[in-house]
Design a protein around this ligand. Structure first.
Ligand code: XMP
Length: 518
């Protein structure tokens, strides 16, 4: 919530797919970083007093007229700049160097020979593996720049003007495949920008509790609790700050996983470990009615988002004089809902799907500036048990976006049961703990097909199983679940879940697919 007095590095977003990752890596190095659109004015940037600026990569070519660009005056402010990929080419282009289509595009792990006398390469090996992904390259460095890295195909893999503190790398240091990328970022932050590293989760908790108290005063707040990681952490953080001035409302929209409502109640309800005002509202009928016949994914998301807010408003009126609505929105939601130039893929309900009119004085989003792994760390600092803090994400619109097409109570039942079997079997096989398995669930395709059971023809639904490996949920690979586990799950589902006669496994990655089905 309150990062105002922290050292700040701004990540100027030119539409690259790794823009958030850059900010996360910087924060991993204990420096607060924010992603801002490249359209941000120089005045606004200067007003934030950043210790450094990082230009991200992007899909464009700098020499096309309408490509994202930036006022070159930014490089005359004495603020250190690091350009990555497209960002590095922009520096070259703006300052009088030359950018061309490379005779050979480089993609993937690439060896770079670096000049270890550069501050950027302190403690880096002279030959280091980096991640490249480019079709243009810097053919000629601008005047005053020294070339500090090259590959077999790229004569200027990095360059710098150390006096002006401007650094440019063609590769992506933020990507884990760049073996010493984190060392390079660290050198930039600490040795070039002069950061001291004051972004720590302990102080975040203290500062945020203080800021919440100041903001809420002796007012009342209502927390939208879903039982997921984000809203659970937000609720506990709020309750540490304002105690019983907080009421947590858990809306059972009838789109939860099997038994989830009771599980949430057992943790946050009157018999759980927290001393919270907890209200559980069964609003499933209302949601089903609103969703009846609606098939368009964005329309479904908007309806669910809006109904949520309406239910909260109603509860708030019952409590009376509630000024603040608390939401567990986190930073990727904020960015993905259209902060930068990147296309809006889905409107996540906690942000993009909010109705225009919200009947609260203010919305409080204490985790708004945090990445997921930071939220988990805050949760652990607050003493929330690991089984809650480390659980896989579950989207706000719930099973509503795991049922393709219109939602009915019957379809919800089918997907709940299939999903419960899938999760149980992956847990039995110990696979849910395997490295990087980010999310796994069953979804109901809207497809019915012919099957045979006993001697009878069936015409039933197909369930799709999804499991992805991901560190950041921005990109994901399909997980290779062992065949015997998959076939056991498929067998159990068709035998135990009425209405299903076929089970499919989704083996697409993200991109081009997304993790959820809608
Ligand atoms: P996609 O489907 O966009 O999902 O690849 C990326 C991650 O975001 C979660 N997700 C949501 N979370 N509200 C949420 O709180 C939403 O509307 C929403 N949509 C997707 C998804 O489960 C995955 O972890």
């Amino acid at each position: 919530m309150d990062a105002k007095n922290k050292e700040l590095v701004l990540v100027l977003d030119f539409g690259g797919q790794y823009n958030q990752l850059i900010a996360r890596r910087v924060r991993d190095l204990n420096v607060y970083a924010e992603v801002i659109p490249y359209t941000t004015s120089l005045e606004d940037i200067k007003a934030r007093n950043p210790k450094g600026i990082i230009f991200t990569g992007g899909p464009n070519s700098v020499y096309k007229e309408d490509s994202p660009s930036y006022d070159k005056a930014i490089m005359e402010q004495g603020i250190p700049v690091l350009g990555i990929c497209y960002g590095s080419q922009l520096i070259a282009h703006k300052l009088g160097g030359e950018v061309k289509t490379a005779p050979v595009s480089e993609y993937g792990k690439t060896e770079v020979e670096v000049d270890t006398t550069s501050i950027l390469y302190k403690d880096v090996h002279p030959t280091t593996i980096t991640w490249m992904s480019h079709t243009d390259y810097i053919a000629k460095a601008p005047e005053g720049f020294k070339v500090t890295g090259h590959t077999d195909h790229c004569p200027i893999a990095s360059m710098e003007n150390a006096e002006k503190k401007i650094y440019a790398v063609q590769f992506h240091p933020e990507v884990m495949h760049s073996v010493e990328g984190q060392t390079m970022l660290k050198n930039f932050l600490y040795d070039v920008c002069g950061c001291s590293g004051d972004w720590k989760m302990d102080t975040f908790v203290e500062d945020t509790i203080k800021a919440i108290r100041e903001k809420v005063g002796d007012g009342k707040a209502l927390c939208a609790l879903s039982g997921g990681v984000d809203s659970s952490v937000a609720a506990v953080l709020m309750s540490k700050a304002i105690g019983k001035q907080l009421t947590c409302v858990f809306v059972d929209h009838g789109l939860l996983r099997k038994d989830e409502g009771n599980q949430v109640e057992s943790v946050f309800g009157p018999n759980g470990p927290y001393d919270l005002n907890f209200i559980r509202v069964d609003a499933s009928k209302q949601f089903y009615e609103k969703l009846a016949g609606v098939t368009e994914p964005e329309a479904k998301r908007k309806i669910i988002g809006e109904e949520f807010i309406r239910v909260f408003e109603k509860e708030a009126k019952k409590i009376g004089a509630v000024d603040f609505l608390v939401q567990g929105t986190i930073y990727p939601d904020v960015i993905e809902s259209g902060l930068g130039k990147s296309a809006v893929i889905k409107s996540h309900h906690n942000v993009g799907g909010l109705p225009d009119y919200v009947d609260f004085k203010e919305i409080v989003e204490p985790l708004r500036m945090l990445f997921k792994d930071e939220v988990r760390k805050v949760g652990q600092k607050l003493g929330i048990p690991d089984y809650l803090v480390m659980r896989q994400p579950f989207p706000g619109p719930g099973l509503g976006i795991r049922i393709i097409g219109d939602v009915t109570p019957e379809k919800v039942r089918i997907v709940q049961e299939a999903d419960a079997i899938y999760r149980e079997e992956l847990e039995n096989a110990g696979i849910q703990k395997s490295a990087n398995l980010g999310q796994y669930f069953a979804a109901l395709t809207n497809m019915r097909s012919v099957g045979v059971m006993g001697d009878f023809r069936t015409y039933d639904y197909a369930i799709a199983l999804r499991a992805v490996c991901t560190a950041d949920f921005m990109t994901a690979d399909c997980a290779q679940i062992p065949w015997d586990v998959l076939t056991k799950v498929a067998n159990r589902i068709v035998n135990e879940v009425k209405g299903v006669n076929r089970v499919l496994y989704d083996c697409t990655s993200k991109p081009p697919a997304t993790i959820e089905f809608e």
